[in-house]
Ligand binder design. Sequence first.
Ligand code: C5P
Length: 250
Amino acid sequence: MPKREPQLVVALDFQTKGEALALAAQLKGVAPWLKVGLELFVAEGPGIVRELKALGFRVFVDLKFLDIPNTVRGAVRSAVKSGADMLNIHACGGADMARVAVAARDEAAAEMGLDTRPLLLSVTVLTSMMDPSLPVLNGRAPAQVVLELAKASRAAGLDGVVCSGQEAAGIKAACGQDFLCLTPGIRIPNPEATPDDQRRVMTPEAAVAAGSDFLVVGRPITRAVDPAAAAREILHRMGGRMAQAPLMGA
Ligand code: C5P
């Protein structure tokens, strides 16, 4: 099977619709995907997803659901109905929660008559976490825990995982090339830049080489003096051609 082109997802981590739409306007025709996370969704609700889609973007609704299966079922249905092209749950919620989420995604997509179901991913170990003494790691290396959670997510029927680029190659080897890896924690080498709160970071080039299918980038673009130029620079480092990349549906 031909290798798919990796795609750039820009994280709109803002508290107001005005800021989000202003950045979206600058990224139109540059980045095909935008991410609405907790900060923006809690402030503005599902209407912001519809507004970004109306501008022609694909939207990743990054709310990282983790709750009892019945609540996750309803949350996934609501996220699909908001128009999300991609959404996610936490892998540590377990197999029952993951299977219910997949079924809820499928039901909601069928009710909406969608030809392409939104992608459903699971968050393995946050890219801000590295210390093995963290309870979620329980003395183990992040890569080991990420791989276990990825295999469980694959078995539950998810389309892929959120992981660091450092784990992408191992996940592809264990779960197959079709199992998607979405990678935050992307940073461009720059002596003046800091990784912010991210710990398991990678450059765009290295993440693509490791097999990541989607690169999520926030502050390196949103805090740049010229966000569109920063996005183009990352696209260039990823290998170009992203603005025309087709939607990878489930
Ligand atoms: O600003 P920065 O590039 O670090 O933003 C990364 C984005 O990816 C943030 O919106 C964050 O919520 C999200 N994210 C992450 N790590 C995960 C999942 C999502 O950093 N494991």
